[in-house]
Design a protein around this ligand. Structure first.
Ligand SMILES: NC(=O)c1ccc[n+]([C@@H]2O[C@H](COP(=O)([O-])OP(=O)(O)OC[C@H]3O[C@@H](n4cnc5c(N)ncnc54)[C@H](OP(=O)(O)O)[C@@H]3O)[C@@H](O)[C@H]2O)c1
Length: 335
């Protein structure tokens, strides 16, 4: 991609997406269309502009967010600001036609080819800077999916490849087919699954780690909206928001809120600063559709947590699985 052209884009600390400089925090755009609360078009557009004005250079979306709505929303901003951002989107999850929620992974070569054209069209761009496989399709060899994605690089439709939620084994196999610039998986104080195997392999193959849901889908901020989501909010379907699990997690969050007070920061800043301290190759993408939350989250870039605080946060363990069906997570891949 062309190097971002505005001076404003160098205002934030930089990290790297493989070889490419990016702001140390990106912006997750999913909630602007789907999953959390009621979408707000005008505030979302204002948040996207504000993010770029403040120097965020990586925007994260996917074809399934609002079933294409999110990519089309970004197109409204990309129409005038394409060169200022590293644009990341994803394919490879299919939606349940009834509920609209994810219902399967699809990684066939044909599906790779048709998906990218759909995303390019909705985004209104000629090329995608980072194209992620959203979930590994464990019914076919990952080499088939990554091989087809590599052809998109050759064709000039995408610039770099990424994978979301791969097992360590799948990641190694994928990287043997084509360089993998980024691994995007859930990682936060409450979601530590990738630390033992996936993160070391990402480092081994030279992939940047892009933690999604770095605020624990809002739970770590302690906001009442996140802790008591409205009917129909995606979070109500997740084990961590149910029954005794939620009560236990609320108690942990109360301690995070107290820690934030002790270090004169907000809980969101504490959660992000903890993650930024995991390594210089970590680029979290906190999601927000509101300018005031964006400003709050960027404050994390100025927060250095004392070792004792980092250690206490690392000792916390959320109660409940990340998803109702952990079969979604690629643990072993297929031969
Ligand atoms: N690869 C994958 O499978 C996958 C899965 C999930 C998400 N993602 C990506 O990762 C991005 C981030 O993850 P996420 O959105 O799921 O979760 P998140 O970033 O952990 O949390 C987002 C939630 O926190 C709220 N929030 C954000 N900043 C806040 C603040 N300072 N104070 C209080 N509340 C705040 C947001 O509400 P408001 O919008 O009202 O601010 C939203 O409800 C997504 O946008 C998406 O691009 C990828």
């Amino acid at each position: 991609m062309s190097t971002p052209t505005t001076n404003r884009s160098t205002a934030l600390p930089q990290r790297h997406l493989a070889d490419l400089p990016v702001s140390a925090l990106g912006l997750g755009c999913m909630g602007m269309s789907y999953a959390y609360g009621t979408p707000d078009h005008d505030e979302s557009i204002a948040t996207l502009h504000e993010a770029i004005d403040r120097g965020i250079t990586m925007l994260d979306t996917a074809d399934i967010y609002g079933d294409g709505h999110n990519e089309a929303l970004l197109a409204e901003v990309l129409a005038t600001r394409r060169d200022e951002v590293v644009l990341a989107t994803k394919f490879g999850i299919v939606l349940d036609p009834d509920g609209g929620y994810p219902s399967g992974a699809k990684g066939s070569a044909d599906y790779v080819r048709s998906s990218v054209d759909g995303s390019l069209s909705r985004l209104g761009v000629d090329v995608i800077d980072l194209y992620y496989l959203h979930r590994v399709d464990t019914t076919i060899p990952i080499e088939e999916t990554i091989g087809a994605m590599a052809e998109l690089v050759t064709a000039g439709k995408v610039r770099r490849l990424g994978i979301s939620e791969p097992s360590a084994q799948s990641l190694r196999r994928a990287a043997a087919v084509h360089p993998i610039a980024a691994v995007q998986s859930e990682w936060s104080i409450f979601s530590r699954d990738i630390e033992n195997e996936v993160v070391p392999v990402a480092r081994e193959v030279g992939a940047t780690v892009v933690p999604y849901s770095p605020l624990g889908r809002g739970m770590l901020t302690g906001s009442s909206e996140a802790l008591t989501p409205a009917d129909g909010d995606f979070r109500t379907t997740l084990p961590r928001w149910q029954g005794d699990n939620l009560a236990a997690n609320r108690a942990l969050v109360a301690r995070i809120v107290a820690i934030a007070g002790e270090v004169d920061a907000t809980p969101a800043q504490v959660a992000l600063a903890w993650l930024l301290a995991r390594g210089a190759d970590v680029v979290p993408i906190p999601g927000t559709k509101r300018r005031r939350h964006l400003a709050d989250n960027l404050g994390a870039l100025d927060l250095q947590l004392p070792t004792a605080v980092l250690d206490e946060l690392s000792s916390m363990s959320a109660v409940g699985d990340r998803y109702p069906d952990m079969g979604w997570v690629d643990r072993d891949g297929v031969e």
